[in-house]
Design a protein around this ligand. Structure first.
Ligand code: SAH
Length: 464
């Protein structure tokens, strides 16, 4: 496995200073999984090329050298010695750690100067195809060339392999280039040779500082880097959302159809008005808005000084981005901004960040969950998060007949998984309340019809 880095910066031999490896020497380093060698096939004023060659020792590893890595190498024959994988990231950090960290005693000014750099990886396993390769590197300002290798050149009929020789070029600081490779190489491979724990999340966020939050593929990168550990993935994304300052243009249509339908009543405003009143009168200072969507209720909460700490959570990153933009979070005075936090998460997973609040609003959210998931939400909210007050609203299905434009039997929103009658809602709320030690009272929201009730129904749960 070979990583080649070249520059045509003048004088090109500055690369040796930046990498802290002398161009005249062949150097070898012992790593837990084998050896790394650094050498320069070319070192002139016009062009300089450094190679990092990895010599992964599968036999030694299977036999127990570097024991914690051995589980992935349980067979002598596998692709690990020959491909760019998380072993390469480890080698980059150990052999080129100073360069990646952006330190250079002899040429300090070069560390922050972008120079023309080209890196070639032989070979890179890409799960996701060549398009994925482009989508990863191009947003970071590289041009990408990729050559796919066939499984066996003598037998072209066997088809293509997932292995590529990939070349990326861009005007970057060496530290940026190494950092991008460090994070992304294992993402292509989608495997890690070591256990992924809490510290990997910190590593990702620190190495991804300044670029990952705005990368259009940040979700994929994060998910794959953290090897599909969903709790770490969610934490990482939440922190990336906080980090991202300039979300992209508002293109959301998500809530539109429901809003159009309910518009003549301005039901949305009425609902938020009633929810605000219930939360205010509970005396809450620390409030959660779960399933906060695009942040309309958050805006009202923010305007009321009673609320000292406001947290909005949603499962949709897109909605959180819109919320962040609409609330102009990056432009709020610091004291205001400190009161409000947006987090990414799902109400069907227990989440420590939801604990310790006085009140929670759950406005028009439960009907978006598949019924089997609802019991998870019950526990997450009523058993673990356990705020003093929970204000929860959901559509009243009986009212749907009042809308001429809504065909009979249809839900108000394409994403609704169910809509309850008043009886169904009250049965559910009473049972959940009883189970978890909450009393509940019910209030109509919107104009009340004698027969079918109000369009929205609300339950206010108080912990006894
Ligand atoms: N409360 C907002 C938005 C309601 S729309 C308002 O009143 O305007 C429903 C919201 O619930 C959407 O933003 C959706 O992304 C979110 N949601 C759906 N399932 C969720 C889950 N499991 N965890 C958290 N949020 C969820």
């Amino acid at each position: 496995m070979l990583l080649t880095i070249s520059t045509e910066h003048k004088p090109a031999t500055d690369l040796g200073f930046l990498l802290h490896k002398h161009p005249d020497r062949f150097q070898s380093f012992d790593l837990s999984f084998g050896q790394a060698h650094v050498f320069y096939p070319e070192a002139g004023d016009d062009c300089c090329t450094a190679c990092l060659m990895l010599d992964v020792d599968p036999v030694g590893m299977v036999r127990g050298k570097g024991r914690n890595q051995s589980f992935l190498l349980s067979h002598y024959v596998n692709d690990r010695p020959y491909v760019a994988s998380s072993f390469l990231s480890v080698a980059i950090s150990q052999v080129f750690g100073t360069a990646m960290g952006g330190r250079c005693k002899d040429r300090p000014e070069l560390v922050t100067t972008p120079i023309p750099l080209t890196a070639r990886l032989d070979v890179l396993p890409v799960r996701g195809g060549e398009g994925f390769l482009h989508r990863m590197f191009e947003p970071l300002g590289y041009t990408v060339e990729a050559v796919q290798h066939s499984l066996d050149e003598q037998f072209p009929e066997w088809g293509e392999s997932p292995y590529y020789s990939a070349t990326i070029s861009g005007t970057k600081t060496l530290s940026e280039l190494l950092t991008h490779l460090y994070v992304l190489v294992p993402v292509f491979d989608n495997e890690k040779h070591y256990f992924v724990g809490e510290d990997e999340l910190e590593k990702l966020l620190s190495k991804g500082g300044g670029w990952l939050a705005s990368h259009p593929e940040k979700e994929q990168i994060t998910r794959r880097y953290l090897k599909h550990r969903s709790s770490l993935y969610r934490q990482a994304l939440a922190r990336l959302v906080e980090e991202e300052l300039e979300p992209t243009e508002d293109q959301a249509v998500s809530e539109q159809s429901e809003e159009t339908l309910e518009k003549p009543l301005s039901l949305n405003d009425q609902r938020h008005g009633v929810v605000m009143a219930a939360i205010r009168s509970s005396g809450a200072r620390q409030v959660l808005d779960v399933g906060c969507g695009e942040g309309k209720l958050l805006r009202e909460l923010l305007q009321d000084r009673q609320f000292e700490q406001i947290v909005g959570m949603d499962v949709s990153i897109r909605s959180l981005e819109i919320a962040q933009k609409r609330l102009k979070l990056d432009r709020l005075p610091e004291r205001q901004a400190e009161r409000l936090k947006l987090i990414h998460g799902s109400l069907i997973y227990r989440d420590k960040r939801l604990e310790g609040f006085d009140a929670a609003a759950v406005v028009e959210v439960i009907e978006h969950l598949d019924p089997p998931r609802l019991s998870a939400l019950e526990r997450v909210l009523f058993e673990f998060a356990r705020p003093q007050t929970i204000v929860l609203t959901t559509p009243n299905r009986e009212y749907n007949v009042m809308w001429d434009t809504l065909p009979a039997g249809q839900f108000r929103h394409a994403d609704h998984r169910f809509e309850w009658s008043r009886q169904e809602f009250q049965d559910w709320a009473n049972r959940v309340g009883e189970q978890h030690g909450y009393s509940v009272r019910f209030l109509p929201v919107g104009p009340e019809d004698e027969k079918v009730g109000s369009p929205t129904q609300m339950g206010v749960f108080e912990r006894g």
